[in-house]
Design a protein around this ligand. Structure first.
Ligand code: FE2
Ligand code: FE2
Length: 215
């Protein structure tokens, strides 16, 4: 049994058209080959929707403070969104550590003039989607996370040379993973967890009556 049981490609669903367009555009920008810098860009974007949902949920908390159900749902969303953001940030730090070890050169798409507009566009999209349809935003994120899960699982499999390569002590203590490939499998499991929670919250958003979802 591998450390990454449960992530076979065959288990995945076909992504929706918007998700496929997004992945296509991302590959167009950063290339089809997965590199550490490409994963960094992925992680920079990954935290963005969680921030949008957290802001939206805080707004909702203050506007509907008298509604215990809305309050509970918002608090749950905030707690999860915060934890997920921290987790994505941890992924980014790990990637930066390996980039430092590998001395992988920054590609053109890692420059600020590319990253900043990409980040701003995704932020705007996430904000608009969170306002217009939280369930849609969560389902789109589930597809993003599923894509990330597969990307990390494949990345670990593509780099057997990293199997036994030790992690920096702090990372090993934090993650309990053995070697860099093991860490990437652990990150893939985090992404799966993000996908599952996105779908779970999307279900809650759908279960509510129309109109009740708005702050
Ligand atoms: Fe991540
Ligand atoms: Fe994620």
């Amino acid at each position: 049994m591998s450390e990454h049981d449960g992530t076979p490609d065959a288990a995945g669903r076909r992504p929706s058209l918007p998700a496929r367009l997004f992945f296509f555009a991302f590959d167009l920008l950063a290339g089809r080959r997965t590199t550490l810098h490409k994963l960094c860009l992925l992680e920079l974007l990954a935290a963005v929707p969680y921030r949008a949902w957290e802001n939206r949920a805080y707004l909702r908390l203050s506007r509907r403070a008298g509604d215990p159900g809305a309050r509970r749902r918002s608090q749950e969303l905030i707690a999860w969104a915060r934890a997920a953001q921290d987790n994505e940030y941890g992924h980014l730090l790990a990637l930066q550590a390996l980039i430092g070890e590998e001395k992988e050169r920054r590609p053109w798409y890692g420059a600020g003039w590319v990253v900043r507009p990409a980040f701003a566009s995704y932020r705007l999209l996430s904000w608009a989607l969170a306002r217009a349809c939280l369930g849609c935003a969560l389902r789109f994120n589930a597809e993003f996370e599923e894509h990330a899960e597969r990307t990390y699982a494949r990345f670990a499999a593509d780099h057997p040379e990293w199997e036994g390569r030790p992690l920096p002590a702090e990372l090993e203590r934090e993650r309990g993973a053995v070697g860099w490939a093991g860490l990437f499998r652990a990150i893939a499991r985090d992404e799966r967890d993000h996908r599952d929670h996105s779908l779970q919250f999307a279900g809650q958003a759908r279960d509510k009556a129309p109109g009740k979802d708005r702050p």
